[in-house]
Design a protein around this ligand. Structure first.
Ligand code: NAD
Length: 331
């Protein structure tokens, strides 16, 4: 049996307290302790999850091999640099950093120190996405909606960096082609930064993704629809479910199959339209994400979402924000 990884959490607000809860439950983790600049908060969460409350980042870093960093985004770079310089592996909550320069510096330093960076793009671990692993996804048109009710937490950054970046990362992981062009628009309705945004990403292979994110909606929605040759796939991130409608191979799908929606073509060319619901594993996405990080550290393998992936999502998100900025000056 592998020895447990000594791990800590830095920043135990909303998300950091969930990381703490999970590390307490994960068999491969030895949850050594946590640190937060807010003394009250770190005492509360350490007593809740029966772990040590450290009084400085340095003290915590000297006791662990890896940390989750769930501080506010503007501090990711400063905190992660301390951890990397001390030779510790880091799981940084999304977005990786506030600026590209900061992301580049972290990636470069981690390479020099021989430590891993994983970025908390949790939707890669959503049961719906995991259930599609055996499908050959090659989308040519993507439509996504991530809508949330208003919550002042997170409004320090535009909705693009707060919510849309989840879909940007998923889309970049599915479309194996460079982004050719970005058009975007957005409006700061109630806060100082855009609360609703829409972006159209065109890829060199011809794929187009139309991405909408809002944090001023009445109802919550996290859906993505993908169209590709011979298949249409609908993902519901909130429900953790996926529906696949695909054209069967020649002879596949009998007229008696309950999953058969119809047939097209004549004679030998007749093809069935098949509906499938991929098997959904009962997994907690955050727990799976953290277990995956520990496994990458223990086995020296590439994290599912590494520093470069986090950087790429940030790059596209920033380009979208630049386009929105231009629009605002035009008004
Ligand atoms: P939060 O405000 O609830 O918590 C942040 C905590 O960090 C606070 O307790 C604060 O005292 C502490 N902190 C700030 N600076 C610190 C420092 N230098 N050292 C130690 N502690 C420090 O915020 P949150 O909603 O938990 O968000 C934290 C991060 O997680 C953000 O980067 C956010 O984008 C990300 N996030 C990710 C998801 C996701 O789905 N993956 C969801 C929500 C938030």
């Amino acid at each position: 049996m592998k020895t447990k990884l000594n791990i800590g959490v830095i920043g135990v607000g909303h998300l950091g307290s969930l990381h703490s809860k999970m590390y307490n439950e994960i068999d491969s983790a030895n949850f050594v302790g946590l640190f937060d600049v807010n003394e009250e908060k770190r005492k509360e969460i350490s007593s809740k999850y029966k772990t040590r409350s450290f009084s400085s980042v340095e003290e915590l870093l000297s006791a662990v091999d890896a940390v989750s960093i769930a501080t506010v985004t503007t501090t990711h770079h400063e905190v992660a640099m301390k951890a990397i310089t001390a030779g510790k592996h880091v799981l940084i909550e999304k977005p990786i950093t506030s600026t590209m320069t900061e992301a580049d510096e972290l990636i470069q330093s981690a390479k020099q120190k021989g430590v891993l960076i994983q970025v908390g793009h949790i939707e890669r671990f959503n049961p719906a996405i995991v259930s599609l692993e055996s499908y050959q996804l090659k989308p040519m048109f993507i439509e996504s909606h991530r809508l949330a009710q208003f919550n002042p937490r997170g409004t320090d950054v535009a909705v693009v960096l707060d919510l849309m970046i989840h879909d940007i990362d998923i889309i970049l992981s599915l479309v194996n082609s460079p982004v050719k062009q970005i058009d975007a628009n957005g409006v700061a309705v109630v806060s100082e930064t855009p609360d609703i945004a829409n972006a159209r990403l065109q890829f060199e292979n011809g794929c187009v993704a139309n991405v909408t994110a809002s944090r001023i909606s009445q109802k919550k929605m996290r859906k993505m629809r993908m169209f590709q040759h011979n298949a249409y796939i609908a993902i519901d991130f909130q429900q953790g479910s996926a529906d696949v409608f695909r054209l069967g191979k020649e002879g596949e799908g009998s007229i008696w199959s309950t999953m058969l929606l119809g047939q097209i073509g004549e004679g030998k060319k007749k093809r069935s339209i098949i509906y499938e619901q991929p098997e959904i594993k009962k997994i907690n996405a955050l727990k799976y994400e953290l277990e995956s990080f520990i496994s990458a550290v223990q086995n020296g393998t590439r994290p599912i979402v590494n520093g470069e992936d986090g950087r790429h999502a940030l790059e596209v998100a920033q380009e979208i924000m630049n386009k929105i900025q231009v629009q605002r000056f035009d008004v």
